[in-house]
Design a protein around this ligand. Sequence first.
Ligand code: BDR
Ligand code: CA
Length: 312
Amino acid sequence: MRKFIIDTDTGSDDAYAIMMALESESVEVLGLTTVSGNVPLEKATRNALMTAEICKKNTPVYRGASKPLYRPAFSAEDFHGNDGMGDMNLINPSGKSEEKHAVDYILETLKAYPENEIELVMLGPATTIALAILKDTDTMRRLRHIYSMGTAGFGPGNVTPVAEFNVYVDAESYDVLLNSGIPLTIIGCDLCFGDAVLKSPEIDRLLTMGEKQRFFGKCLQRQKTSNMEKGRGCIATLPDAVAMSVALWDDIVTGSTPVFCYCRTREEPDYGQVIIHRQDGGLYKDKAKNAEVITGINAALFKKRLMELLLK
Ligand code: BDR
Ligand code: CA
């Protein structure tokens, strides 16, 4: 059985991704660690607890970084709702987060398990993970792999023309991640559009079903409106769920490329841009590769498997 730790700034699409791993029969989720991002840390932690509870799991939740390394917090309540989960008065979680800090939990767990066993899936800004890398790089290198939902991939950014939210929130931390030497797969936000979106009738159908499906239908209500206001149609995008599908299933991936990624942290207009140097050309083509970037997914298969886990 594969062993995952999931780091999350739990908003609506994080909840989908967490559910997928919790419901998967080939993965054991050892713990959820949280980070400030979509919503402040306490709300992200509460949403992670709610998500585990709705999936009837006792997965422990550990609070991590409450702000980016150098910059003030930047959040996305306008997109995910004030509570990060569509402002639909979802359940009151009965569980509480653990006392231990997420960084200590991750490092202690990596030491307790054999090297190359644990995989980390990152669904939010990189702050908590950067703190762990800065505290004890050798122990973090015991990770088998990191999957990161981050960067604009090969498309435009979703916060600025060049920066994607998770990197924009804390680019200095993303730079630490890129320079960590830990095997890294990056799933950009370019992969979450087209056939990978949830359409309004699919979301509405969830609202007519059982408690779990209603929870997941409701948590998308704010982003459905927000996408409509932005002229993207009455849809919900699930970048974190797409990233989780890449972590869970090899056959989802239709293309990937080893690259050298460089994260811009200096100038405000391009803060958070990740420049992806592909090996097939350019001045930096011979530079050591620090990530594998996914270039395509089978969106129909992603949706099919997502629905199977959602309806379970
Ligand atoms: C990322 O930012 C957040 O809005 C989502 O949860 C996802 O992790 C997409 O850019
Ligand atoms: Ca997220």
